[in-house]
Write a protein that binds this ligand. Structure first.
Ligand code: NAP
Length: 317
């Protein structure tokens, strides 16, 4: 099966690209990964997406975007892309669940996933007191003590959010200085429910086999270890871009974010475009992702106008 354009990922970037390409009669195929809708489906209310004066729930926003793309002719299929052959066009994609698919152009909007600490007790207690999403799981810790790991904006934002439910939220950060912006720091610092364990490195998550009871940390000055009692551990130490399947094939920075030509969504391979969080570690907002999704669709259209290798009058898709 050959397509004019395939979009990988269904967050705001991929779905916006799908709306634009579908409206331009490009009949895009959108491949949905294991988290359809992306990170916004893990949030509750979105208050800063323009056009919704009363806010909108994250899953509903993503559902609306998908319906909008489908209305104009985008096709959605579930699959997991394991490899992309980028030498020569059309590009060949190897997709678990779909087999081999061929496309003239490709938009990568596979987003980013939460980073983990990689310490003992973390993986096996995910969902048993360890979480990477305060907005999803905060509700379960009403009246309990939780800790949050990290010193960036995410950690500050989630610490403040968690005080709605928890009796105490302790921020554990590996340095004395926080990385977060001043305004986010101040908001957390002014909240009476937020306490601080600074200059401490998490070394192990402690559980009784059923649920989390504490976290062992090492003081970076004295080297002493202690267990901080807690009912829940929220890990908020940043994200990794989901780009493993094109590693070594597209130009990336040292963290794996895809590099695009400034002011465009062009990667180093003509015909492959990147948008959303896979190429943005600075803004990471739904609206900026949607904006770059629109750019990727327009870059794709212009590329196809001048560079198509398949005679689309035969309409292979
Ligand atoms: P980040 O800025 O990269 O911060 C990650 C934090 O986790 C840092 O404090 C880092 O410590 C710590 N960390 C990383 N790896 C660790 C490890 N292995 N063990 C212990 N601690 C570790 O990530 P982020 O907070 O997710 O923010 C990412 C971007 O999104 C930023 O540009 C941020 O401004 C933006 N953002 C904005 C908002 C908002 O404006 N509402 C909300 C969230 C995020 P060090 O400081 O020592 O490196």
């Amino acid at each position: 099966m050959a397509y004019k354009s395939i979009i990988l990922g269904t967050g705001p970037a991929g779905l916006t690209a799908a709306v634009y390409l579908a409206r331009a009669d490009m009949e895009p195929l959108v491949i949905e990964g294991p988290e359809p809708g992306g990170q916004l489906t893990l949030t509750t209310e979105v208050e800063n997406f323009p056009g919704f004066p009363d806010g909108i729930m994250g899953p509903e926003l993503m559902d609306n975007m998908k319906k909008q793309a489908e209305r104009f002719g985008a096709t959605f299929k579930r699959g997991w892309v394991t490899d992309v052959e980028v030498e020569g066009r059309p590009f060949k994609l190897h997709v678990d669940g779909l087999g081999e698919v061929v496309t003239e152009t490709l938009i990568i909007s596979t987003g980013a996933s939460a980073k983990m600490l990689g310490i003992p007790g973390e993986k096996e207690n995910l969902g048993k007191g360890v979480s990477t999403c305060a907005t999803c799981d905060g509700f379960f810790f009403r009246g309990k003590k939780v800790v949050i790991i990290g010193g960036g904006d995410s950690a500050m934002e989630e610490a403040t959010f968690l005080t709605k439910f928890a009796s105490e939220v302790q921020v554990i950060h590996r340095r004395h200085d926080l990385r977060a912006s001043k305004i986010m720091q101040t908001r957390a610092q002014e909240n009476d429910k937020v306490t601080w364990a600074l200059n401490k490195t998490p070394v192990e998550m402690v559980s009784d086999g059923m649920k989390i009871s504490g976290i062992k940390v090492r003081d970076n000055e004295s080297g002493e270890e202690e267990v901080i009692d807690t009912d829940g551990i929220f890990v908020a130490i940043g994200h990794n871009p989901n780009t493993d399947f094109v590693k070594g094939k597209l130009n990336m920075d040292e963290k794996g974010y895809i590099l695009v030509d400034p002011g465009t969504t062009n990667t180093n391979i003509p015909g492959i475009f990147a948008c959303g969080d896979v190429q943005d570690q600075k803004y990471r907002q739904a609206i900026t992702a949607a904006g770059t999704g629109c750019m990727a669709a327009m870059d794709t259209e212009r590329f196809l106008e001048g560079e198509a290798t398949i005679d689309w009058s035969e309409n292979l898709s």
